[in-house]
Design a protein around this ligand. Structure first.
Ligand SMILES: [Zn+2]
Ligand SMILES: [Zn+2]
Length: 425
């Protein structure tokens, strides 16, 4: 890895910047570099930024960094190298920052910056599977969690009924002890949980049997989750305070609901756009007509213009997915036209196709004499289109615009094909 960059430079503030300025500059940059942002997102740069913020947002670490540079915070600066951002796709920047740095962006992630007090309970994860259309239009789902909560028997005290409870001698009832620790260059106090009362602050004579003195037991709790229209597969929703209760009076953790959206038989979703493949017969492609196309609101009539080509895309405006949190605004549906070639022709149909070929002056076989007269130039099976394509590729570097168009449409075809269930079998 290359040399570490200056943390102030990474965040883009002057050395003397206030905490508020650092926070502001960090948020602004984080929003741009968020790995979910298509145009400017950059996971590596985001990790570098998070590490810089981790240090500079903590007065103690910052002071150490100011004095001794990167050496001064070695071991104390959290590296985000192993952090898996894919777990956080769909998180807004504020949620991501909160997940990374804890509530209110106050201090660091534990360690020196943490406020005294009983720790918050653990966050919980819940996997929620939605039908395709439930995700498109939103829905309400009852979710049930089995989370840690105050023990009913001892009301969370951890003491068996009738047992004597006294203040812990080691920590004087604080539940925490201060310890002087030596960092590379600085001495600092580290606050840790009292080893004697395990943070309780009390000495319990007879621990409660149901919770073994923890004061917490698992309880079922249900919640009606409103899933917003337009939610995407892989995104997460946070239900604040629905995780485990923290020990010794600590706050509840949060519940993270991981959204899984089932694929649809006919529709493929890409953000707010719906892709649908529509087979069209030769006759309809030539003459034009109407077809029934599946949409998220059921089948709708789509006009097929005469002379449409295979691979053409017809747009059905506002027939896509509602924008998340903007329910009145919707994406489009793109209909990918696939012209189907008949494979079994009746005798009569064959005659008609032959007649069609005659009418349009089409030669269905190649006359070998013509080929010899033509010489080398049109050798082999090169159709006009193919030789044109070749020429195009040879000077393709200049004509990138066209190439891009081609790649785009074939990409969409791939999307549709890849996600489509095998209906042809
Ligand atoms: Zn209990
Ligand atoms: Zn204690």
């Amino acid at each position: 890895m290359s040399e570490k960059r200056d943390y102030y430079e990474v965040i883009g503030v002057a050395k003397g910047a206030t905490q508020e300025e650092i926070k502001k500059a960090f948020k602004k940059k984080a929003r741009l570099l968020h790995p979910d942002v298509k145009e400017s997102g950059d996971e590596q740069a985001f990790k570098e930024l998070a590490e810089a913020y981790e240090v500079l947002s903590d007065p103690q670490k910052r002071a150490s960094y100011d004095r001794y540079g990167h050496e001064g915070v070695k071991g104390a600066a959290r590296s985000f190298d192993d952090f898996d951002f894919s777990n956080f796709s769909g998180f807004g920047i504020d949620e991501l920052i909160e997940a990374l740095f804890g509530g209110g962006m106050r201090g660091g992630f534990g360690g020196f910056g943490r406020q005294a007090g009983p720790p918050q309970g653990a966050h919980q994860r819940y996997d929620l599977e939605l039908d395709f259309l439930e995700a498109v239009f939103g829905c309400e789902k009852k979710i049930e969690v089995n989370r840690l909560d105050d023990c009913t028997t001892c009301l969370g005290t951890g003491a068996a009924p009738g047992s004597t409870v006294s203040t812990c001698q080691t920590c004087g009832g604080m539940g925490q002890v201060k310890e002087l620790v030596n960092m590379l260059f600085v001495q600092t106090y580290q606050i840790s949980v009292c080893p004697h009362c395990r943070g309780n602050g009390k000495k319990i004579d007879k621990p409660c049997r149901d919770c073994r003195g923890d004061g917490l037991t698992r309880k079922r709790k249900s919640y009606d989750l409103k899933v917003p229209a337009g939610i995407a597969d892989g995104s997460r929703m946070r239900v604040a305070g629905f995780g485990d209760k923290g020990q010794h009076g600590g706050a509840f953790g949060d519940l993270y609901v991981q959204i899984h959206v089932k694929p649809h038989k006919e529709m493929v979703r890409d953000g707010v756009t719906i892709h649908v493949k529509q087979p069209v017969s030769f006759s309809m492609a030539a003459l034009g007509g109407e077809v029934l196309v599946p949409t998220v609101e059921g089948s709708k009539i789509l006009k097929i213009p005469a002379g449409i080509q295979s691979g053409a895309q017809l747009v059905m405006r506002d027939q896509g997915v509602p924008y998340l949190n903007v329910p009145n605004k919707r994406g489009d549906q793109i209909v990918h036209i696939a012209i189907t070639t008949p494979t079994k022709l009746s005798k009569e149909e064959k005659e008609i196709y032959k007649r069609l070929a005659e009418l349009s002056g089409e030669q269905l076989t190649i006359d070998t004499e013509d080929l010899e007269n033509d010489g080398d130039e049109n050798k082999g099976a090169d159709s006009k289109a193919e030789s044109k394509k070749k020429a195009h590729h040879q000077n393709g570097k200049k004509k990138t615009d066209n190439d891009d168009d081609k790649d785009d449409s074939s990409l969409l075809d791939k999307i549709v094909d890849a996600f489509r269930p095998k209906t042809s079998e």
